[in-house]
Write a protein of this length. Structure first.
Length: 74
């Protein structure tokens, strides 16, 4: 596993600029889905991410990070 992309300084800049954000997994099997969710949560919190965009019907909907679950966990 390499480093996060985007790197934390760039992620913080995206937050400053109000860039809408979403997350994704590079899992290659079911056992890998959300296996680094604690690291993702720390990365988002450290960058000051307040909300992510979830997509329904190809339309973005804001989801507050504070109440969001990652892989079914908070």
């Amino acid at each position: 596993m390499g480093e996060e992309y985007p790197a934390p300084p760039l992620l913080r800049r995206f937050v400053e600029l109000g860039v809408p954000l979403t997350t994704a997994s590079d899992a290659h099997g079911g056992a890998e889905v959300a296996d680094r969710s604690d690291e993702l949560r720390a990365l988002l919190d450290g960058a000051g991410v307040a909300e992510l965009q979830a997509f329904r019907g190809r339309r973005p909907h804001p989801v507050p990070v504070a109440g969001a679950t990652v892989g079914g966990r908070r």
